[in-house]
Design a protein around this ligand. Sequence first.
Ligand code: TEU
Ligand code: CA
Length: 545
Amino acid sequence: MSVLTGELKWWQQEIIYQIYPRSFQDSNGDGVGDIQGIISRLDYLKELGVGVLWLSPVYKSPQVDNGYDISDYYDIHDEYGTLADMDELIAQAAARGMRVIMDLVINHTSDQHPWFIESRDPASPKRDYYYWRDGREGGGNPNNWTSFFGEDCWVYDEKSGQYYLHLFAKGQPDLNYHNPAVFEEIKSIMRFWLDRGIAGFRCDVINIIFKESLEDGRRRLILTGSEHYISRPGTHEILKKLRSEVLDDYDCFTVGETVFVTPKMGQELCDPERRELDMIFSFEHMETDQFIVKWFKRKFHAGRFGRVIERWQQAMYWPAVYLENHDQPRSVSRFADDGRYWSESAKMLAVLLLTQRGTPFVFQGEEIGMTNFDFASLEQLQDVESHNIDRLLKRFHVPAGMRWRMLLRTSRDNARTPVQWNGESGAGFTTGSPWLGINKNHKKINVAAQEHDTESVLNFYRCLIGMRKQREVLVAGDFKLIEAKRSRIVYERSLGHERMLIILSFSDKPQRVSYRGDLIVSNYSRQTFDGRLSPYEAAVLEIMM
Ligand code: TEU
Ligand code: CA
């Protein structure tokens, strides 16, 4: 599926930047990022060269899961601002040639959403907006499913005498897509925001929204029950209808976050002929350093990583390319070296991100090489998932030291610490006390320090983004894996007569390779390439044909 037909669409030519609003920029000193803060950084984003901003949820929310629990889809969360601020952001971005997309979280709402509050009354017309079920005969949950956040996925509600389903936190009840009224509500929400001028949606856990049945699942280590809801035909139906009944009326695109997808499922979800989603985020490359579940780490292996990347580059008509988001530890800490070779590593990963086929997504702070959070106690973590998992592992008598090491490496808060704008005490993020700790390394790793340093990670990103825009071969050219092993990944991009070879070292030892060509990108200050690869070196060679 790698042959493209026709011209590239605008969203295929842009680089997308993910903003986690809580941690991006605080404008009023309350320690929480906000929309005015984002507006104040638009020039920075423009200069970076990104064309689309994806905002993690800014809707009204009790913030049990930092906005992924929505209590009003038609309004902005107070801490973040107002609808007027959002309009201003869209307009100010447009004035700079940038567009904004929003997170669409429609698998579940908050338990504080008026629909859910009403639905707790069994006689309410909203009852069927959610999955309310009786317990089993003799007591206990309606089925044996388990949730994404390491707990049961049913909560018994005294008031209504039944249980409700939640695949994520307790405060995130799942919506019932067997009910056509729910589907109509979602359509109005989408229109509301598209009419305000946004350019599309990142669709949260979109491949699991339709629960085909609520029967018991086969027992598994994680996510018992998932065979009843992962990429079921009902989901495909809904996506087709959202496309033809809403999205087709706008110049917009969608990128679906899809969990536990295979390349075949992924391809089905965004095959242009089927008219469902435009792109998806798959997870297989993020699982190459995990053992069955994310909480058990295995050593990162660049060979395995490279082969997974290759598989998805080939399978997808148009890949969404990413190495980081708000749910994943920082890439430089995880896949390379955040110590001695920090700068080389961050630049090498930039090359990996920006030389693949598809639309690249940069996560805030990735462009300055931000590292994992240096938290020193569980109390410093805010993430509901981290606390749930710690409690669960404790129940299974996993020793404290082991639980701690798991959290250090896998907590989602690794990615969520405030953006490091400068070396001052609030890192330029806030003048108040930040909602989540700021990494001590902000004294060294920050935007201000990198802004005018021609050798910085930030300026490397700027150059590479600029180059990608000039060279269609990098955007749309064929992708061919040449080598993938523990110490390096090598691949080729080609389009017509153009050919580029990308050589990436994942080792702290020098290596020798036999490839030659004109060196056009290097993360070391070199003019030519003679086959010697330094630690974590990245070299892009142009091959004349
Ligand atoms: O993530 C879905 C998802 O699968 C993650 O919960 C993933 O399992 C986990 O983060 C791995 O640690 C989306 C959002 O990106 C996430 O922030 C939300 O918490 C979740 O949906 C619920 O809305
Ligand atoms: Ca604020």
